[in-house]
Design a protein around this ligand. Structure first.
Ligand code: IFM
Length: 446
């Protein structure tokens, strides 16, 4: 591994760690919290690997002080977390749950007291179940519901939080939750996916505009998951399949928000979105974000596939390619993050980029009260080398957040993939800093 120092990235580069409410908080019904779609989904049989649930998760709700102490111990200056919508608005709209508001104020205050900057994601996938019953993201009324929720966040936390992200990875929560049905709320097919896409874009922009009007001085961003896509071969059909996959995975949500519209020419089925348009929508799909959060973990190799409806493209699984992989079966390919940065740097509409998630799951083991995870430290360093390379070539990247602080609930995969810098024994809630956590702490101190 080449020599890497924090100072190479410059003094104003933001370093952090990212988390999400549903994956860590637990306390699923404490102090007036309403049910979320993930509470409902995890309660169903067969949806989550090994039947795991997140009722307790890392119990961050009760352990937030000691976990934020660990953030401090690791020298991490920025802590990204999300608000659980149904903890502060149990029905999604209307009555506020004061204990939920108090809780997030305590988390924010505690961060600030420790000298840690809170970075807040407004929506990281846990829609109130009360809204799902009304159609969730497929119901156009969600634009108003989401705007109301954003205004509540601004009202109660806005005077303390400088950095906001409106949504986390819309392509994942819409694709997995509304097309494939493998994530909450478990809806499937184009009839759910298309309206969800359009309402998510309109809500993301409406929420951002609301936040801007209420908090003119804060930095507003939103985050997108992106994978570097390559074609399996030089065959024309494979090349076209890779272009379509790139449009779906990387461009579907960011391009409309940048004012470029949906990538319909590469994915003709998106023409079906027109059915959900109302007059004025075109003007309401665009927002000038202060920063764009990119979340990259891997690259994908794509091939033509006759039998894949709508896109005629499919992934060549990394586990069939004889390449190094993580516990998620994702290829370890550090140049992916460089290519992604270069790709999005080329959009003149993007002012500033932060890597708001990057990290890896490995089968970590606690042995003699220690967790030695050299592969994770190597993964982080090799990806940071690539971020640095992009930055040195002039790319407008100005931050890097590791996914994630502690091992946590990894959605449909349950607790099996361990992504944390800190190991969690889910029976006792005992935390053990992994060797990669010590590596990050030393790097940040350097
Ligand atoms: O755990 C997720 C997170 O919620 C969103 N981005 C990817 C992570 C790893 O899969």
């Amino acid at each position: 591994m080449d020599y890497l120092k924090k100072s190479f990235f410059g003094d104003d580069f933001e370093w952090g760690v990212s988390t999400a409410a549903f994956q860590i908080e637990g306390a699923y019904n404490a102090d007036g919290k309403g049910e979320s779609i993930w509470d409902a989904f995890t309660a169903k049989k067969g949806k989550i690997l090994n039947g795991h649930r997140a009722d307790v998760a890392c119990d961050f709700y009760n352990n937030y002080k000691s976990d934020i102490d660990l953030v401090k111990q690791l020298n991490i200056p920025n802590f990204r977390f999300s608000i659980s919508w149904s903890r502060i608005l149990p029905n999604g709209t209307g009555d506020i749950n004061q204990p939920g508001i108090d809780y997030y104020n305590q988390v924010i205050d505690y961060c600030i007291a420790q000298g840690i900057e809170p970075w807040v994601t407004i929506y990281h996938w846990d829609l109130p179940q009360a809204l799902e019953v009304k159609g969730g993201w497929t119901n156009r009324d969600i634009i108003e519901w989401f705007t109301e929720y954003t205004a509540v966040c601004a009202k109660y936390f806005g005077h303390k939080v400088k950095y906001w992200m409106i949504m986390n990875e819309p392509s994942v929560f819409s694709g997995a939750g509304y097309f494939f049905g493998i994530h909450a709320p478990g809806r499937t097919g184009m009839k759910n996916f298309l309206p969800a896409i359009h309402h998510i874009v309109l809500s993301m922009v409406a929420g951002a505009k609301k936040l801007r009007s209420l908090l003119p001085d804060v930095e507003i961003g939103t985050t997108f998951s992106c994978s570097h896509i390559e074609s399996r071969s030089n065959n024309k059909r494979d090349i076209k399949a890779a272009r379509v996959a790139d449009a779906l995975v990387n461009r579907l949500f960011i391009e409309p928000v940048l004012g470029l519209g949906y990538p319909v020419s590469d994915i003709p089925v998106l023409k079906g979105l027109e059915k959900y348009y109302q007059p004025g929508d075109e003007q309401n799909m665009h927002f000038d974000f202060d920063f764009i959060g990119l979340q990259n973990y891997t690259r994908e190799i794509v091939k033509y596939s006759l039998f894949t409806p709508y896109i005629n493209a499919s992934l060549v699984k990394a586990t069939n390619r004889n390449v190094p992989t993580t516990a998620m079966g994702w290829e370890i390919y550090p140049p992916a993050i460089y290519h992604i940065l270069k790709k999005f740097d080329a959009y003149p509409q993007i002012r500033k980029i932060l890597i708001t998630e990057n990290g890896a799951a490995f089968p970590d083991q606690l042995i003699n009260d220690k967790v030695d995870d050299p592969k994770r430290a190597e993964y982080l360093q090799s990806h940071l080398q690539q971020v640095l390379k992009a930055k040195q070539e002039g790319c407008k990247v100005s931050g890097y957040f590791v996914w994630t602080l502690t091992d946590n609930f990894e959605w449909a995969e349950g607790y099996h993939p361990r992504f944390g810098l800190i190991y969690v024994d889910f029976n006792t809630q005992k935390r053990t800093i992994k060797s990669s956590g010590y590596w990050y702490a030393n790097f940040l101190k350097s």
